[in-house]
Design a protein around this ligand. Structure first.
Ligand code: R5P
Length: 304
């Protein structure tokens, strides 16, 4: 067994994977992962080959939070956003009961659960069979992994089981890291958590933005999508997105910062401009304000 003292401080790992401006790494492309055909095809429905990036809309909060603010009526929230999202991340109940099947937006299906905000968050396991994920035509499945928490071992073993099943059917697995109050949110912890998930076989990883995010990207051999987190003012959310993209994120998996925004449809379009077209936060904010004003005018006209 490796001596714990030998575990290197990953924030000091200066090895460069891919160069870009300011020596920030760039996200590995889907083709670089050498995946089998079906898996590569599914993953490239989510991470767009033209930009190597994605804007995933996370609406899976209900699996442990119940009716989260903004998702009380999932269909009404998701409906107008769906055409703008590169992928949607719902639970299977949320999908079946609220989302039209006549949409081309790929689904990243939340496949873990068993916990709630009233108990220990890491008390989670696989909660959807691969058979049902395939029945729902999921392009990928998502599972939370709680590194350093009470149920670390179980959630890591659940990840490996899901990866094995995904390999059997060509379904990529998204490992969601660092959800939980008492877990670290710094580069050292996020590097450790993301790298472990990739080593255990996840084809892509969702984690938070942090100071030194480029190190997290450098230390992870698979694409990382930035988790949105708690709602912040729109200018801050756009800045966060831009910072993550510059430092090598393959996009975002964002929920509250989109559907709780003053104008969610304008917000998802502004986030997309940052992610796919490298808009600066300022330019994206102008776009957001213009779209918001436009939408307001249209609603007023409709009411007349
Ligand atoms: C966390 O485990 C879940 O995936 C969330 O329910 C969701 O994805 C969070 O999205 P956001 O923090 O951007 O609202």
């Amino acid at each position: 067994m490796a001596d714990l003292d030998d575990i290197q401080d990953m924030t000091e790992n200066k090895k460069k994977k891919r160069g870009s401006a300011k020596n920030f790494p760039t996200a590995p492309s889907v083709s670089e992962l050498n995946l089998e055909w079906g898996m590569a095809n599914r993953l490239s429905r989510i991470i767009k080959p033209e930009s190597g990036r994605t804007v995933m809309l996370a609406v899976d909060h209900g699996y442990f939070q119940g009716a989260a603010k903004g998702l009380e009526e999932l269909d009404r929230t998701v409906g107008p956003l769906l055409p703008h999202a590169d992928a949607l991340m719902p639970t299977r109940g949320g999908l079946r009961y609220n989302i039209t099947p006549f949409s081309n937006t790929p689904i990243v299906l939340r496949a873990s659960g068993g916990n709630s905000i009233l108990g220990e968050l890491s008390d989670e396991d696989i909660a959807v069979s691969m058979e049902d994920a395939i029945r729902l035509n999921a392009s990928a499945v998502a599972i939370s992994v709680y590194i350093g928490a009470e149920h670390q071992h179980r959630t890591l073993m659940a990840l490996t089981k899901l990866v094995d099943e995904g390999m059997r059917y060509g379904i990529p697995v998204l490992a969601v890291t660092a959800v939980g109050k008492n877990l670290g949110k710094g580069a050292k912890y996020l590097s450790l958590a993301s790298r472990i998930c990739a080593e255990m076989g996840a084809q892509f990883v969702k984690t938070y933005y942090c100071e030194g995010f480029e190190t997290v990207v450098r230390n992870c051999p698979v694409p990382i999508v930035m988790a949105g987190g708690k709602r912040v003012p729109e200018p801050d959310a756009l800045k966060l997105t831009s910072n993550a993209i510059k430092r090598g994120a393959a996009g975002v998996d964002m929920g509250r910062n989109i559907f709780q925004a003053a104008d969610p449809v304008a917000m998802i379009q502004a986030v997309k401009a940052v992610v796919h077209q490298d808009y600066s936060p300022r330019k994206a904010l102008t776009m957001y304000e213009d779209l918001k004003a436009d939408n307001k005018r249209k609603t007023k006209r409709r009411r007349k």
